[in-house]
Design a protein around this ligand. Sequence first.
Ligand code: ATP
Ligand code: MG
Length: 407
Amino acid sequence: MFGFLKRKAKRPVVYRRQDHCISRKNIDPDALKVLYRLSSLGYTAYLVGGGVRDLLMGRTPKDFDVGTSAKPNELKKVFRNCYLIGRRFRLAQIRFGGKVIETATFRQNSQTVGEIIEHAVEGPMEDNTFGTPETDAYRRDFTVNGLFYDIKDFSVIDWVGGMKDLKDRVIRSIGDPNVRFQEDPVRMMRAIKFSSRLGFSIEPKTMAAMKRHHACILTASQPRVCEEVFRLFTYGHSEEAFRLMWQTGLLGDLLPGLSEAIGKTGGEKSPEWAYLRVLDSLEQLRAKEGIEVSNGLRAAVLMTVLLKVDKTDGASRRVMQMMLSALKIPKTAYFTAVLLMESRVRLCKAPNKARARFIYNRDFPDALDYNRIVVRAEGGDESAINEWADLYEQKGINNECDELVQG
Ligand code: ATP
Ligand code: MG
């Protein structure tokens, strides 16, 4: 008689409360409300994704997402403040004032995230899209993003080996990275984002798959790719992020002109890295003040190295046009970036009557930052920029300044 090979039942590793550092004190009170409510009604309710990862690392999570056994229509009944979004995969947003706790029913990898976003179709949810905690863990991208915090007993549930990778500071694909990156190529950029932001290494097989499948990024939707490009700047680690983009070939696919310019200006020693490094220190400073750097400034700094290889008239416009058509960056970012690049001519000299009106331009603060970044990265003299900064600070306070400008 033939016996069927039974698949060995997999069990997760469970870390009890005393074996990890997550404290409810650090969890958003509204996320706790959602978790407790679901749990009291008999549903499984976990904190999932980046929130668990960040709490385990002692960082403040950007947002708190919930995974549950409750179906979208059940969530709608339980929470008056619940809004179902997405046409096919119905993600629940539970709203508390301006805050949103995203709550998703456990699902399986029958559809990739990319497909859910790109090919949303009308119609009822197929039941087979939903899954179990196990399938929900395995459909996630990286092991450190696949951990669950269970509100029932405050344990951390690990199906994918995320705890060890978190301890070893490694970004590792869940499942075969060759499959997972072809399924949703944006995951390659996400690997880079997490690696640079958290200071983690990328596990060798995951890295090899990125180097093999980088060109698939061209099949991903432009808005998602554009969003990920700008997210590489947040948290002030764009130098590491774009180095990885360049080394893996992803940058060459998305912005071939930029990748070539980096090669022509010294590769690993290109001034590109110094521009991004100085921008990163500004990003970190602004983040502490709760201010986000504009995408126009980020785009201009990223593309500045191209002005080293093209010094002809109209280069700023051409360079930014390249980024506009490759990534469909927002028009406002495009116009700001061109203006910033062109402001070098004006801000490289101290202000005088003819030039000083520029301080009234809406983009002047960005122009000041842009010029400082370029000059500092190139090791130049910042005295003209300091004079512009002084003039700007006196604007509206000191009549002399206004007289100088308005004549
Ligand atoms: P961040 O701190 O930037 O928000 P995050 O890990 O929370 O990081 P999100 O984009 O908010 O990332 O996604 C939440 C979770 O959803 C991730 O942690 C991951 O488990 C899962 N996820 C997101 N995008 C994908 C994807 N493309 N493929 C598979 N799983 C994904
Ligand atoms: Mg998140």
